[in-house]
Design a protein around this ligand. Structure first.
Ligand code: FES
Length: 94
């Protein structure tokens, strides 16, 4: 029994279900960048740290490819969340 259902959230930041991603793939969107632009997956607060891997697996499964054969989008800095104070140099308590 699979714990993944159609309503399983694949991207928490952009509130996308696996069903929505599979619909885009069935429409012919078979690239990481295409789906990202259509759905905003990977463009949320975590910048895809959680969902990129899930999308990669779905694309590989749909295309019957190895995940290593799929081009990933590029990370834009910062690739990890930073506290605003780390950028500005201003301490929150100052
Ligand atoms: S979970 Fe998809 S961008 Fe954060």
């Amino acid at each position: 029994m699979s714990v993944v259902t159609d309503k399983t959230i694949i991207c928490r930041c952009e509130d996308l279900t696996i069903e929505e991603i599979r619909e885009w793939i069935s429409k012919g969107y078979d690239g990481f960048e295409e789906i990202k632009r259509a759905t905003r997956i990977g463009m949320g607060a975590c910048q895809g740290r959680t969902c990129r891997r899930h999308l990669l697996i779905e694309l590989a499964r749909a295309g019957q490819k190895s995940p290593s054969d799929i081009d990933l989008s590029t990370f834009r800095p910062p690739t990890k969340p930073l506290k605003f104070g780390a950028i500005t140099g201003v301490d929150k308590d100052e």
